[in-house]
Structure formats: C-alpha cells, structure tokens
Ligand binder design. Structure first.
Ligand SMILES: Nc1ncnc2c1ncn2[C@@H]1O[C@H](COP(=O)(O)OP(=O)(O)OP(=O)(O)O)[C@@H](O)[C@H]1O
Ligand SMILES: [Mg+2]
Length: 259
C-alpha cells in the first residue's frame, strides 16, 4: 500500500524536555492508526508537526508527499485536523461557523450547503444548527470541530483525542464515520490515552512513551508481545495497564465494541 504519512528520526525538544526522540514510522493510505500513550508522551507534538504548526528540531515528516514545514498551505488543504482543545467562535451559530470555515476553503455555495446539512444530520445537531456555539456542550463542540475538519473532504484526518466529551452514542457515530472514510481511502491518525478506544477504532497502533515509540503493530500482535517474559514485554505490559480506560470511559468503550 502507498504511504500517506511518514516520519524519519523525528526529534523535538522544548527547552529541557525531549517531546519526541528520533521517532520513525509510516502510515499507509486509508489506514486508521492509533497514537497511544500516557500524558506527555508526545502525541500532540507529533500531530502539530504533521500540521506544520511546529517545526521539528531534527528529522523529517511527509504528508501525502509534502513537507509541512515547507508547504504548510498544501498540507492544510489535504488534511483535516481536530486539535486537543478546539477553539470555536462562541458568537456564531453552528451553521454560521461551518459556513465560515467552508468559505476559508473556497467551497461553492451549493456544495457548502449540502455538506453542512450532511454533517449536522450525521452528528445529530440539526435541531441546534441555529443556536450560538456559546451554548453548545463539550460533545456538541467536538462534533462541530469534526465537521469543520471534514468539510473540505481531506485525504488525511488528524484527530487529537477526538472522542473527548462525547457520549457513547456520539462516539459510535464518529467511529462509524471514521471507518467509512477509511474505506474510501482517507488516512486517519487518531490519538488517545485509552487502550480500549484505540483497539475499538484503529487497525494498527503506535505506542509512544516519553517521546519514544516503544511498540507498533496490531493490538493482537502487541498483546502477544506483552505476554512474553523479557524486560521489554514487562514494560509493554505495564504501559498497557497504565493506558487501560478507567470507569468513566467504560460506557463509550462498550458502545464502540458493540456489533
Ligand atoms: N509548547 C510547549 N512548550 C513546552 N513544553 C511542551 C510544549 N508542548 C509540549 N511540551 C512538552 O512536551 C512533552 C510532550 O507533550 P505532548 O503535548 O506532545 O504530549 P501528549 O502525549 O499529547 O500528552 P496528553 O495525553 O496529556 O495530551 C510534554 O513533556 C510537554 O510538557
Ligand atoms: Mg496531547
């Protein structure tokens, strides 16, 4: 399969902290890749580098053949991004905000109208489209942020903790949307610090710990590896334990894994 995203010996320091320590990975077109790791492991930093929002100190990334630090405009045309804490304009309604973002991408009026309607319907926000964003719940804001990331039909989606604040039903709608996009060839990089969420959504996962990739592969493969008796197997097992979802995500995980 052709490669969509690649990173080679990617390194980023923030004063005394090494956020990414020479990571190398590649993600195929159409893959849903989980980026899994505890707080501060470097997930958001990796995503921001892919978006061209911060520059690496060393190493290289490529997104659909472009270097985001050299061609940020091309990359942003190709990629949809939901940051960890999306900032929306509180004084606009949901529809006005989506309309505004669609204009930034230069979408034709009819296309814009159709897509806004499609997302409001898919994410069950149709009744609230004319309400001010200031009154939206965290989950509703998250769904608007996802809609803006999708509105220009990107080839790549970068989602930083995209299920935050979503109730189980909404999480399932997002999962189904991602699976459909992936089957249409869209590459998805999806960060989470909950193992079960990565397992329910992603085909392969990359596990980061203190800026290092400590494991990569399918969840089944990694679980088999963690079952071994070597020091690295024990380390992986401990990481799994630290990433296991607490009771607050149980209902979401159950909904995501229901058939
Ligand atoms: N702008 C910044 N200035 C200084 N340090 C930073 C900055 N951004 C990130 N860091 C540091 O880099 C490391 C990696 O942070 P990053 O936000 O990438 O982690 P993360 O895996 O996304 O964590 P979380 O699960 O909490 O979102 C952390 O030690 C963090 O404190
Ligand atoms: Mg983060």
């Amino acid at each position: 399969m052709p490669v969509s995203i690649s990173a080679t010996t990617l390194t980023k320091d923030f004063s005394s902290v090494r956020a990414l320590n020479s990571i190398t990975t590649s993600i195929e077109k159409g893959e849903i890749r989980g980026l899994l790791g505890p707080n501060g492991s470097g997930k958001s930093t990796f995503m921001k580098i892919l978006m061209g929002l911060i520059k690496p100190d060393y190493g290289h990334v490529s997104v659909e053949g472009f270097d985001p630090s050299r061609d940020p405009v091309q990359v942003r045309q190709l990629v949809g991004y939901v940051p960890e804490t999306p900032r929306l304009y509180d004084f606009l309604t949901g529809i006005e905000y989506l309309d505004f973002v669609a204009d930034l991408y230069g979408l034709a009026p009819q296309v814009k109208k159709e897509r806004i309607d499609e997302f409001l319907t898919a994410f069950e926000l149709k009744g609230q489209g004319n309400d001010l964003l200031a009154g939206y719940s965290q989950g509703m804001r998250q769904k608007v942020a996802l809609s803006t990331a999708l509105i220009h039909k990107p080839k790549v989606l970068i989602l930083d903790e995209a299920l935050n604040g979503l109730d189980p039903r909404s999480a399932k709608i997002v999962k189904d949307t991602l699976v459909k996009l992936s089957s249409d060839g869209v590459t998805i990089l999806f960060s989470t610090h909950v193992l079960e969420i990565a397992q329910a959504i992603c085909q392969r996962v990359t596990i980061l710990d203190k800026g290092n990739i400590i494991a990569e592969g399918t969840m089944d493969g990694l679980r088999a590896m963690a079952g071994g008796s070597t020091a690295s197997a024990t380390n992986l097992e401990n990481i799994f334990l630290s990433l296991t979802g607490s009771s607050d995500v149980k209902a979401v995980v159950e909904e995501l894994t229901a058939h």
